[in-house]
Structure formats: structure tokens, C-alpha cells
Design a protein around this ligand. Sequence first.
Ligand code: ZN
Ligand code: ZN
Length: 345
Amino acid sequence: MKMMDAIVKPSAAPGLELRQVPVPEPGPGEVLIHIHKTAICGTDVHIYDWNDWSAAHVKPPMVIGHEYVGEIAALGPGVTGLRVGMRVSGEGHITCGHCRNCHNGNIQWCKDTVGVGVDRDGAFAEYVCIPSKNVIIIDPSLDEDVVAFFDAFGNATHTALMFNLVGEDVLITGAGPIGIIAAGICKYAGARRVVVTDVNEYRLDLARKMGADAAVNVAQENLHEIMHKQGLVEGFDVGLEMSGSESGLKQMISVMRNGGKISLLGLGSKPVSLDMNGIICKGLTLQGIYGRKMDNWHQMSYMVQGGLDLTPVITHRFHYTEFEKGFAAMHSGRSGKVILDWTTK
Ligand SMILES: [Zn+2]
Ligand SMILES: [Zn+2]
């Protein structure tokens, strides 16, 4: 049996392990991808830490990881339209293909979705195997370090582009990597002012580098003063909630203009209590966002080719054998995207 290196969740406890595991065999309709670069997601950190969410979802031993770029190494029986050697990434949600949302093109709402690197073996390995319908062809001109985190970029794209941004004032609560990327997308897509809030100075600084007009430490600064300085009159038109925190969402609702629209991406660790009257009397729209629409993958490539520079969000690069350093950087809070290189042994 051919073996490969992989970063594995070995057991139901904190930590990860670099191990030799068998190279997966592509079955009918499946594609084997040779991994070049991967990126560490907040989800991977949760799996590393073995928090309540991962204990309820992940079944060790399992290869983790779902943000990656590589090239096709082999095609299973019956795969058409793809060739060995093509540069590719993959949509991490494997959907049933038969439910109402799969049929209307909203695969992100499939009732039976299976997550690569969460529910089945993932991409922190020399090879990953996925269904051919999940393969995304990537133009070889694109920087692989950036494509490595297209999965996360896709979440940011889906959230940011849910509502019109041209000439709008946007508030992003939460300057994690997805919030930082979203700031860049909003400016690229024509927003007038983009204001990002957090309490982490390192990440607020990354948001400024990505083009945010203001990055506000809400523990120290008054958001209303910043809004006044930025020329906002009635409040924000569009809100992107990326923090998952009660305080972030409450503050967002309080500073939206009447008729404003909010995309909710940040998953909370506990339930929040909300003033319903604030939402009703302002006529706010709240839209939950999960995963990516398949079309977001095309939008991402085209935005990067059109000049959207995401390299400021990359703060660390390590060889995959140094994955512990990558997770330490993520735990420190002083990181954006962390890239792992699988191109050499
Ligand atoms: Zn992710
Ligand atoms: Zn489905």
C-alpha cells in the first residue's frame, strides 16, 4: 500500500499528529488531488483544541484540513472534463445532489452536507480524494498561497456580496481572517466607507492593510465618533457580522440605518438575547450565511485577476512538518492566514 504524510486528529483529545496513512484510492466519480499548499482555518483550531463543537462532530482518527490548492494526480472511473495535472482546489461541502436546495443551485443549504476535513478525511496530507463535482479548476496564473485559502475567501465573498455594496457604508464586526478579507472585497466592490471593529489590535491593523477606511478597537474607541468622522449620517447600510458575539451583533443593530441589511456569518459559542423591537422598528433584513455558493469560486478567481490583492492577510508560512508552529501562531491571535507548504517532503 502506498503511504503518505498527513496531519491527523488521532483521538478524542486536544492536539494533532503528523502520521503516515494510506494514500486514498479514487473511487467511481472521484478525483485524487496532490496537495501543494494548505491554509489553517479557525475550524481546524477548534478541532485541534477539541472544543464542544468538534467533540460533537469529528470522529477520530481522521485527516483534518479543508483549505487547499494542488493538482490532479489521478481520476477515478467515469470522471469526465478533468485531466491529470490540472491546478485545482475543491469545494469543501459535499452535497447530496438530490434535495430541493441542491436542485435550485443553493448547494450551501443542502440538508445532507458532508464536510471535507470535518466529517471525512481532509486535505492536510500529501493527497486528498473528493467527488469530481467538488473539484474547482484554478487558473495556473493565480498565486497558490492565496488560492490555498479560497475556501475562507469564499465565505467572505458570500457574506460580503449578499447585498449591494456600491456607494454603501459597511460595518464589519470581527477582524478575524474572514472579516479582514471581507474588508478588501467591500472596497473592491465599490463600498463608500468600510469600518471594521474588533478588540485585537494586530488584526485591526491587517484590516487597515486590506483597505478598511477605519479599524476600530471598540474596547478603547467610540464607534459613533468614528462614524461621524467618516461622514456617516443615518448609520450603516450594510452589516457583516463576523464575530459571533452578542455584543458585536447588538452594536451592529444599534448603528444600522433604517432599512439596513445584515449578513450573519459568525457562529456563536452560546445563544444571544436580542431586542426584537430594534430589528422590527428599523425594518432590518438579517440573512444567515453558510459556506459558499458554487458561483463564488468563479467570482474569487476573477476578483483576484481584476486586482484584489489578498497577500496582506497572509502572515505566516511554514513547511507542513512545522504545523505546530502554525497552530501556535493561530492560537496567539497575532496572525492572519497561516499557509503550510506540502511541495517538498
Ligand atoms: Zn475553513
Ligand atoms: Zn442536497
